[in-house]
Design a protein around this ligand. Structure first.
Ligand SMILES: [Zn+2]
Length: 294
């Protein structure tokens, strides 16, 4: 289980969402058999979407992050449900690059240049889509810049994943710190100083530092309250019914072609690798449900 803590300074000016997402990233690694760099890139994206979706208001709301870079990993997609449960995948999970000049996993180069999409689905006809150019492609900075540019919210984001030589996830986590609209901008230097003085988030979590202790470091010198604390996990929402409606939406012509093949059709979920089989008889039923082609 991941552990997500939501804190607010007592004067109401700074909100911090902090998560230990080690178990989530471990699960993603088991499902997708990711390389070290892919584990870091997907893990950071999953942690970000978990933090961002944790504050969605309605149970049926969801938030999707799409990172479309031109690097060897290809696109990364991560979806978060209200509360912060997540699922995701990376197009080329086994892509690997040498460490960068700092001796770190080279997520920036592996993602490459491109665009970040933030898609917020709150049940309205058209979901809200925010688009921002990737800057460092290390993901945390890109998320912070997205908030600053697209939503005018001053934001600090840190994300980290530690992978050992056996490809196991040692630790993963991150935080999203946001200044409320009326907040005193002069608080920023103090926050920056606190964060500068800290060890990296993945190292703190690897050392079993609790969320409360990490918050004490981020918000050093400030009084704050913990608003909530809850568990998060990697959870796929796929089902045979969902895939069936996906097939229906292809239209009668394509379904007829599948039926004419005379063998079962296998569909596979990108998020959890589970596969669902549809027999020609089942496809006939979906054919009946499908609309006429234009
Ligand atoms: Zn699935």
């Amino acid at each position: 289980m991941g552990k997500l803590t939501d804190a607010l300074t007592r004067d109401g000016s700074i909100r911090v969402l902090l998560e230990d997402s080690t178990d989530i990233v471990r699960e993603a690694r088991l499902i997708h058999r990711t390389s070290k760099t892919a584990s870091a890139a997907l893990g950071r994206t999953l942690t970000a979407v978990s933090l961002m979706s944790s504050t969605l208001k309605n149970e049926t709301d969801s938030l999707t992050l799409q990172i479309k870079g031109d690097g060897p990993l290809g696109s990364i997609v991560a979806v978060g449900e209200a509360g912060g449960n997540v699922r995701g995948y990376v197009a080329h999970p086994t892509a690997e690059l040498p460490l960068n000049e700092k001796g770190k996993l080279d997520v920036g180069k592996a993602v490459g240049k491109g665009l970040l999409y933030v898609i917020r689905d709150t049940g309205t006809k058209e979901p809200y889509v925010g688009i921002c150019e990737l800057s460092t492609s290390e993901i945390a900075v890109d998320i912070a810049e997205y908030y600053a540019k697209s939503e005018q919210i001053p934001t600090v984001c840190a994300l980290g994943v530690r992978v050992n030589d056996e490809f196991d996830i040692v630790s993963a986590g991150g935080f999203l710190l946001q200044l409320m609209p009326f907040a005193d901008q002069s608080l920023i230097p103090a926050i920056e100083e606190n964060i500068q003085a800290m060890e990296s988030i993945s190292l703190l979590i690897a050392k079993k530092t609790g969320n409360k202790e990490i918050l004490d470091q981020i918000l050093k010198g400030m009084e704050y309250d913990i608003l909530s604390e809850h568990e998060t996990r990697y959870e796929c929402t796929c089902s045979k019914e969902r895939f069936a409606s996906g097939i229906v939406s292809l239209g009668k012509k394509e379904i007829r072609e599948m039926i004419d093949e005379g063998k079962p059709v296998e569909t596979k979920c990108h998020f959890c690798n589970k596969s669902y089989e549809f027999t020609p008889e089942e496809l006939e039923e979906l054919y009946t449900d499908a609309g006429a082609d234009e």
